[in-house]
Design a binder for this molecule. Structure first.
Ligand SMILES: Cc1cc2nc3c(=O)[nH]c(=O)nc-3n(C[C@H](O)[C@H](O)[C@H](O)COP(=O)(O)OP(=O)(O)OC[C@H]3O[C@@H](n4cnc5c(N)ncnc54)[C@H](O)[C@@H]3O)c2cc1C
Length: 387
């Protein structure tokens, strides 16, 4: 029998699940299919910071603020593992201090709450922070941390519980074909099942071979491979919030608006850090372990396999060497290290392609998916159903 819904979504990452969430909230029926037994791509492997502060004021920052609100609203009624501990950008030298002061002034004008913290404030909040690294910090109290290994699974469980009559979640269901006929969209799975919907939204992340490969081949999509590490639990250490550091200040787009952006001197850092797209982030997971990230390597969508599957230990060593300049930990042993991959477009926006009036592809949100994905999905559901 052909299963039917108002909307069929392909892919249960943050974009696919976000579209399902918004359509359900508007009263539509939704089928969400995931190729794996449970999502295990970028949405599960990421760092887990929702940092609208890293985005320039405008559409994407607004999507970030909308996402923050939604994370908090759901967390208030169902535990997604979201913690509202804020984000901290820690400056380590005069250029970075200047940049955080300038971004503070910009945000004062834009009405985005943030506070400058002195060195003493920072050292008091974060015992592990090294006195010889930190000069000051810019603090965004509204932002949240996510536990990526659990959040999406809980969000899917929440949707199944809240919308038992209108939501069908089908893991282990790869979609291998989509078409339109008589004003309806039809999708087919590897098991030969057929699904009929008014609209299909394909949120397939970095999977470019199963559906419309020729469209991706001719796109400007690139894939970024990131390396991450996690220590063993250290309950005696307290490092709340999203901790971003000097190299993040030199990487995140929001700082590009600052008057002194182009005059900063990058030669104070080892060039190898920039060559490998390294900036240092810390986040204490709920079990007390510290997540340490990350690095970036790139390949075009059609050559994704060039990125390989190995963890590059030289890159991990570079990350750890810089991390040790920033904080002191009683135990630097690494419990696990992994790669994550995300798709992005060259101008940093989004890959949003309409196959026809019923079928669309939404991917390539890049490194901002956990920050802005839910907000973007809300806007796209409104547009798709002309609400
Ligand atoms: C290491 C790392 C750190 C990051 N840190 C952050 C961060 O701190 N903050 C932030 O905002 N962003 C971060 N990001 C980016 C963020 O994780 C991504 O932007 C986001 O997860 C992308 O979501 P998605 O739904 O587009 O893709 P995915 O999470 O890749 O989901 C796509 C899903 O579609 C499924 N699928 C594909 N094809 C099919 C098919 N044909 N049929 C059925 N299912 C299919 C896949 O199995 C997958 O589950 C990070 C990313 C990585 C890799």
């Amino acid at each position: 029998m052909v299963k039917q819904a108002d909307l069929l979504v392909v892919g249960a990452g943050i974009l696919g699940t976000g579209h399902a969430l918004h359509a359900l909230m508007k009263g539509y029926s939704v089928i969400l299919t995931e190729q794996d037994n449970a999502p295990q791509e970028a949405t599960v492997r990421n760092f887990g910071q929702a940092v609208s502060s890293g985005l320039t004021a405008g559409k994407w920052q607004q999507y970030g603020l909308d996402s923050l609100q939604l994370y908090k609203n759901i967390q208030a009624v169902f535990d997604l593992g979201i913690r509202n501990n804020g984000s901290y950008y820690i400056a380590s030298n005069a250029d970075e201090l200047q940049l955080i002061e300038e971004l503070y002034a910009i945000n004062q004008q834009n009405g985005y709450e943030c506070h400058l913290l002195s060195k003493a404030d920072c050292l008091q909040r974060f015992a592990p922070l090294r006195e010889d690294y930190c000069l000051a910090a810019l603090y965004f109290p509204l932002e949240v941390s996510i536990e990526p290994r659990i959040m999406i699974h809980r969000l899917l469980a929440y949707l199944q519980l809240k919308y038992p009559d209108t939501f069908t979640y089908l893991p282990n269901t790869p979609i291998i074909g989509c078409s339109s006929a008589n004003g309806k969209a039809i999708a087919e799975s590897t098991k030969g099942e057929q699904f009929q919907a008014n609209k299909i939204i394909i949120c397939s992340g970095r999977e470019f071979r199963m559906l419309y490969p020729e469209i991706y081949r001719n796109s400007d999509l690139v894939v970024s491979k990131l390396q991450m590490m996690q220590t063993f639990p250290m309950p005696e250490v307290s490092l709340p919030g999203n901790i971003l550091t000097g190299l993040s200040i030199r990487r995140y787009e929001s700082f590009e608006q600052c008057p002194s952006w182009s005059s900063k001197d990058n030669s104070v850092y080892d060039q190898k850090l920039f060559d490998n797209g390294i900036h240092i982030l810390f986040k204490q997971a709920i079990d007390g372990s510290i997540i340490i990230g990350d690095s970036h390597e790139y390949a075009p969508a059609a050559e994704i396999d060039r990125l390989g599957f190995d963890v590059n230990h030289e890159i991990n060593d570079l990350i750890l060497e810089e991390a040790k300049r920033i904080i002191n930990l009683p135990d630097w042993r690494i419990q696990r290290s992994w790669n994550g991959y995300y798709a992005q477009v060259k101008n940093g926006d989004l890959f949003h392609h309409h196959i026809d009036e019923n079928i669309q592809i939404v991917t390539g949100i890049g490194g901002k998916g956990m920050t802005s994905g839910l907000g973007l999905a809300g806007a796209n559901i409104k547009q798709t159903f002309a609400l």
